[in-house]
Design a protein around this ligand. Structure first.
Ligand code: JHZ
Length: 355
């Protein structure tokens, strides 16, 4: 499943707003992964493609592994250099790969979907991988996208949405074999694939089982997905409208009525949140403002909806009635952080599938 190149990667990554270390759960995921992969394959060198602000490579560096990042977004690459992670500030491709020493481990988390020229990218990994080296890549799983109605994760940054079958085909064209897979809860359900040069590894049973269970080559599932996405819009708008109108209808005509008296605000400014708000046509008539811990996002506006983004301290100052949590993938971590909202009777709204 692919979409066309509506925005060039150069335009997308010139000045990138996503700093992956903002989530404690993601950092924990990275720590756990580095421990597991070191125990299993004992790499001496690791290359991370799209190393972002360096959170994952830091874990390897602490364990004494030689690390190198490739990251096209200059502002994000600088953040990683500040914590001592060496970075090549480029898009990864065969040209960059041909200049690198061969790597024991190549990692790419949430990058494969962002690559328009997939063939050159995978050929580059083949070039940079040591003869007995391992590649692991994580990406949101198409099966979950369909099952959990994650239409909001479809946006211009993501050119491809992978099933296990499609990623296997793409890798095998370049002499790489996917031999194992983990199913992960991150980003609404992801796959972590393990690949190596053809002929060096045997496929695991869990890979073969998952492949048999996959049901993404089914047009009806996509048609149902489209219908349900439309229903989602209706239900979401109804929920916001009911909440906002509750007090309005109670006080209509009253001299002291303040139309802002029922305030809804958004917590978190994830990329996918903008797909959802823009698709549903939601702007400041519903949501007064948004807060996000990423300093880079504060003081700006959400694209399209023009909702202002502030520091999370704003919540305590304005005591909103409803906090709409946009990054549903981190809702457990965020709900724990926002326990204080309940003190003034504030409620939460989290995106669900709305069956
Ligand atoms: P988050 C990202 O999408 C970016 P996004 C990318 N395009 C991709 O492919 C997918 O991941 C897979 C903030 N936050 O992680 C930080 C808080 O403020 O869901 C982020 O701005 N407080 C590469 O952007 C946003 O929320 C918190 O406590 O949809 C989360 O964005 C936490 C946990 C997060 O990814």
């Amino acid at each position: 499943m692919q979409v066309g190149e509506f925005a060039t990667p150069k335009a997308i990554f010139e000045d990138y707003a996503y700093f992956s270390s903002q989530s404690a759960s993601w950092l924990e995921h990275c720590r756990q992964y580095s421990e597991d992969i070191i125990a299993k394959f004992d790499p001496k060198t690791v290359l991370e493609i799209a190393s972002n602000d360096g959170g994952l490579l830091k874990c390897f560096q602490k364990a004494g592994v030689t690390v190198l990042g490739v990251e096209p977004a200059t502002n994000v690459a600088e953040a990683s250099e500040k914590i001592g992670i060496p970075v090549i500030n480029e898009f990864f491709d065969t040209k960059v790969a041909s200049l690198l020493p061969k790597q024991d481990l190549i990692v790419g988390n949430n990058v494969l979907a962002h690559v328009p020229n997939l063939n050159d990218f995978i050929a580059g990994m083949h070039l940079a991988l040591a003869p007995e080296g391992i590649i692991t890549m994580e990406f949101p799983y198409l099966q979950n996208l369909l099952k959990e109605l994650q239409f909001d994760t479809i946006y211009h940054e993501h050119f491809s949405y992978f099933s296990l079958a499609s990623v296997q085909t793409a890798f095998s064209r370049h002499g790489l074999k996917i031999f194992d897979v983990d199913v992960l809860p991150t980003h609404g359900g992801s796959l972590r694939i393990y690949a190596a040069h053809q002929g060096t590894q045997e496929c695991t049973d869990r890979l073969l089982t998952l492949k048999l269970q996959e049901d993404t080559n089914n047009l009806d599932a996509f048609k149902k997905f489209a219908d349900e996405s439309q229903r989602y819009k209706r239900v979401f708008l109804r929920r916001l409208t009911d909440f906002k109108d509750r007090e309005y209808l109670k006080h209509r005509g009253g001299a002291s009525f303040n139309p802002k008296s029922v305030s809804i605000v958004a917590y978190g400014a994830p990329a996918k949140g903008n797909t959802l708000l823009n698709y549903c046509g939601v702007s400041t008539e519903f949501i007064d403002y948004c807060v996000d811990t990423t300093p880079y996002k504060q003081g700006r506006f959400l694209p399209g909806s023009h909702i202002p983004v502030y520091h999370p301290d704003m919540l305590k100052e304005t005591k909103p009635d409803l906090v709409y949590i946009q990054p549903w993938n981190w809702s457990d971590e965020i709900l724990q952080k926002l326990e204080f909202v309940r003190r003034w009777g504030g409620e939460f709204l989290i995106r669900t599938r709305y069956r």
